[in-house]
Design a binder for this molecule. Structure first.
Ligand code: IPD
Ligand code: CA
Length: 268
């Protein structure tokens, strides 16, 4: 059981660390992107900033809460028997970071006993920041967030993303080809955590993606859910690597059923 005070305390730490971390990312961007290496494929890049920002956040969390575990995109991590585990994407939207497109974020969530209780997503290029605690609502600054009121999938602006491996991308493109005639339009901004926050504030009606990792959606998923979105997988599954669908209740079933019929969670 986590009290609202405990969630608020975890969020306050997350916000303070994410602000300094995003300042570091922005400073390193201004100094020029350095030391690009590749990970899963030739287009899955990691910069010196991804690693430096992750290390900064790990150090700050260890200093403040030495007994907690951290799972981060660049350096991994286990649970180590800890009740509290932080889930971190130091730079979500690394390709945007590389190109200087202003859509990249520090995403940091605090999970207690396996449940995400607090999360912050901070766009390091613009300073926009979205937060939530479980049961306490979602906010951008002081403004409480609510999902869009759209009820017709045919009128919905839908965000999505693509993985880095060609076979996966081809499958995702086929699913999109089956969907795009049934929605208003598609957006691909390139940072899953921000996409989820856009659903939370209603500037996207809905979002789905196959292949997300916990650090892509832990914070943004809570923010979207606290703003009123249903955040699920397909066919009763929880949101995870096979599929994440985030949409207001009135749209969720329509989008879910289309994606399920298109086999969106299947394939490579
Ligand atoms: C990626 C972004 C992108 C999504 C990919 C993610 P990264 O994260 O969130 O929008 O489509 O699935 O891997 O590599 O920039 O941290
Ligand atoms: Ca990343």
């Amino acid at each position: 059981m986590v009290t609202m005070d405990q969630s608020a305390e975890l969020l306050a730490l997350a916000v303070s660390v994410a602000r300094s971390a995003s300042d570091l990312a922005a400073r390193m961007r201004a100094d020029g992107v350095a030391a690009v290496a590749t990970k899963s494929t030739a287009t899955d890049v990691v910069t010196a900033a991804d690693r430096a920002v992750e290390q900064f956040v790990r150090d700050a969390l260890r200093e403040a809460r030495p007994d907690d575990a951290v799972l981060g995109e660049e350096y991994g991590g286990g649970r180590d028997g800890a009740r509290v585990r932080w889930i971190l994407d130091p730079i979500d939207g690394t390709v945007n970071y590389l190109y200087g497109l202003p859509q990249y974020a520090v995403s940091l969530a605090a999970e207690v006993d396996g449940v995400v209780e607090a999360g912050v997503v901070r766009n390091a290029a613009t300073g926009r920041e979205w937060t939530a605690t479980r049961g306490g609502g979602a906010f951008a600054g002081d403004a409480r967030l609510a999902v869009s009121g759209e009820t017709d999938l045919g009128q919905a602006l839908v965000g999505t993303g693509f993985g880095y491996a060609a076979p996966r991308r081809l499958h995702q493109a086929q699913v999109l080809a089956g969907l795009i005639g049934h929605i208003r339009d598609i957006r691909r901004f390139g940072a899953a955590s921000i996409d989820l926050c856009l659903v939370a504030e209603g500037t996207l009606d809905a979002y789905y993606e196959q292949g997300l990792n916990p650090w892509d959606h832990a914070a943004g998923g809570l923010i979207a859910a606290e703003a009123g979105a249903l955040v699920t997988g397909l066919d009763g599954a929880p949101p995870g690597p096979d599929m994440l669908v985030a949409a207001p209740p009135a749209l969720h079933g329509q989008l879910h059923d289309r994606l399920s019929a298109l086999g969106a969670a299947e394939g490579p």
